[in-house]
Design a binder for this molecule. Structure first.
Ligand code: KG4
Ligand code: ZN
Length: 347
């Protein structure tokens, strides 16, 4: 049974993981995630600081992952590393380290697309979160709606025209004076909010939309963000309106995510919906999604927070898939800030 060491350094988490298995039958042997708290004081990730922090942590994080799994590099068959997309300096730390380790040990290295990793994350804890399914990936940098016929075959249905879903949470949190990252603070505050006070329009959802409409599966969150900005400016007592505004924002954003995902599942006859990315930690999203897709007899699978946010287990899992298909990267593997997800087929 192949054993993979996964490495993830695309943003502000230094992470390493060991897993082994074949096909969808895998065992997670260890997962270490070191989050760089330093960015909190800047209200966002500072790329140069992120790269330097990865440099300091990568060796101990990888050693710890191997130690927790009770293995050494001699027991590892391949190293999977996030090579795109992400912060270029941050990605390079992982890629250079993985290549050096692979070269020194004479084992293969496999570059993994970060978003393909997110797609595999849920399957690590839910054995049924496997293709065919409708996938919704919602993170700080990306919003992707995909139809997944089988692993490695992805139909990209929709993306965002402007801000990513997590980015919208983070920017609105800033407007409301909440800490970074803003997803969880908004979710907590929205729970106390009155849903009837601020009703914002669900972005890109029109009643007369048809599958032929250009925006049928597309997202856009910057208009909603402006609507929140106006509500904040117009508020005479932000302290008491804050929770209601947070609730109105979250309901509108979730409404859009749920409607588009429902359309995709319905159109392709999928009965499984797999969520991934940091925003998939939001329980209001998971609840609203389950309620809506129940109409077509579908089930929603969401990863627990540790696997929803950036982690190396999902990179190792996607790496195992490519390893088993005989795919390897060369030692000239490079990092790319942006790159389309591999395995795209015509929509
Ligand atoms: O996947 P992730 O860890 O990193 C990226 O690849 O971007 O996602 C981070 C994003 C942040 O924007 C954060 O605000 C959001 O996920 N997030 C949430 C929640 N927890 C994290 N958004 C909404 N509700 C949450 N509970
Ligand atoms: Zn991510």
């Amino acid at each position: 049974m192949p054993r993979i060491l996964g490495i993830e350094t695309s943003c502000d988490e230094t992470s390493a993981s060991v897993l082994s298995g074949t096909g969808d039958d895998v065992k997670l042997e260890s997962l270490v995630i070191l989050s760089q708290d330093v960015h909190k004081v800047f209200g966002g990730v500072v790329p140069e600081i992120a790269s330097r922090a990865h440099l300091t942590s990568i060796v101990p994080v990888v050693s710890r992952a191997l130690g927790d799994a009770g293995v050494t590099l001699d027991d590892v068959d391949a190293i999977a590393v996030t090579s795109a997309p992400g912060l270029i300096g941050a990605l390079l730390v992982g890629v250079c380290y993985a290549k050096a380790l692979a070269f020194a040990r004479g084992i293969p290295v496999i570059g993994v697309h970060h978003m393909e990793g997110h797609l595999f994350a849920t399957a690590l804890e839910h054995p049924d979160a496997v293709p065919p399914f409708t996938g919704l990936l919602v993170s700080g940098g990306h919003t992707l709606l995909l139809d997944v016929e089988e692993w490695g075959k992805y139909r990209l249905l929709g993306g965002t025209r402007d801000d990513a879903a997590g980015e919208a949470f983070d920017k609105v949190a800033k407007l409301l004076g909440l800490p970074y990252p803003g997803g969880r603070p908004i979710e907590t505050l929205a729970r106390e909010g009155d849903p009837s006070r601020f009703r914002f329009t669900k972005p890109m959802v029109r009643r007369n939309d048809t599958a032929e409409s250009a925006d049928y599966y597309q997202f856009s969150f910057s208009g909603l963000k402006t609507a929140i900005l106006n509500a904040v400016h117009d508020s005479e007592d932000l302290g008491s309106d804050k929770a209601d505004i947070a609730r109105g924002f979250q309901d509108a954003l979730i409404g859009s995510l749920v409607e588009k995902t429902f359309r995709a599942a319905d159109a392709f006859g999928r009965t499984r919906i797999v969520l991934g990315g940091g925003v998939a930690c939001n329980s209001a999203l998971v609840g609203a999604m389950q309620e809506r897709v129940s109409e077509i007899g579908a089930t929603v699978f969401a990863p627990r927070p540790r696997l929803a946010t950036d982690n190396a287990a999902m990179i190792a899992r996607a790496g195992l898939f490519h390893f088993e298909r005989g795919e390897r990267s060369d030692l000239d593997l490079n990092a790319f800030a942006s790159q389309p997800i591999p395995g795209l087929i015509a929509a």
